[in-house]
Design a protein around this ligand. Structure first.
Ligand SMILES: [Zn+2]
Length: 238
């Protein structure tokens, strides 16, 4: 089914809908990915969230509230050549990779063991960079240099990876430390000016590079397929 069959064409001239079509043309609304076979796409949301969009659904708040095409649905329909936004549409040049493009880089620059470790890292980061992992510095630098990963700069997230004893070192002298790490982080985080003040020794705290952040699960599955694990448990049954 295509866009014109899904929605009564009269709704698109409603002033509220025209507003959303106008928002859809901006460069900020460039999709992270478009799957023309499935007629679906993903878009950057507020903070670091990612919206999944089809021609008749979207995970953003606007669609959840109104059940009418949001700016993401209009932009997706435009990208799939199913709707005319009635004017010039801007795209941001920041490269977003497809799964096959990302896999090409991964398999050509990483060794087999590195690919397996990267596959697990992808699994931790999920499809929206809601996860992060400490990685030894030499491998971390390699991932960063190939735009496969980037350093986490969110201070509370970084602190959560430190031992509570290390977090206490940021407390002003004479301050009593709360027993819970979570509470301690709330006190300490605003006192830290730069993420570079937090050190993990010979490790770095990484998340997927923004150009592939939407692919975490897909890359994990793809790498698992390349290197299936021998199922020792099943053999030991006999
Ligand atoms: Zn939406």
């Amino acid at each position: 089914m295509n866009f014109t069959e899904m929605w009564d064409s009269s709704i698109h001239s409603d002033p509220e809908q025209v507003k959303r079509q106008k928002s859809a043309v901006s460069a900020k609304m460039t999709p992270i990915s478009v799957d023309s076979a499935l007629c679906s796409g993903s878009f950057k949301g507020s903070k670091s969230s990612i919206y999944s969009t089809t021609l008749n659904s979207c995970t953003c708040i606007d669609f959840t509230r109104r059940s009418l095409p949001c700016k993401h649905i209009y932009r997706l329909a435009h990208e799939l050549h199913q709707f005319d936004l009635g004017g010039p549409v801007s795209s941001s040049s920041s490269a977003v990779l497809s799964k096959s493009e990302a896999m090409k880089i991964i398999t050509s620059v990483l060794t087999e063991d590195e690919q397996k470790e990267f596959g697990y890292f992808c699994y931790i980061c999920k499809n929206d960079n809601s996860g992060e992992k400490l990685i030894n510095s030499s491998f971390a630098d390699k991932l960063i240099s190939y735009n496969l990963a980037q350093e986490v700069t969110d201070i509370p997230v970084l602190l959560s990876h430190l031992h509570i004893k290390e977090v206490r070192k940021f407390l002003p002298p004479g301050t009593k430390s709360p027993r819970l790490k979570k509470e301690l982080i709330q006190i300490v985080a605003p006192l830290i000016h730069s993420s570079s003040d937090i050190s993990f020794g010979d490790q770095k705290c990484l998340t997927l590079h923004s150009s592939i952040a939407h692919l975490g699960h897909a890359l994990h599955r793809e790498i698992c397929r390349l290197y299936p694990q021998e199922d020792n448990d099943r053999n030991s049954w006999f």
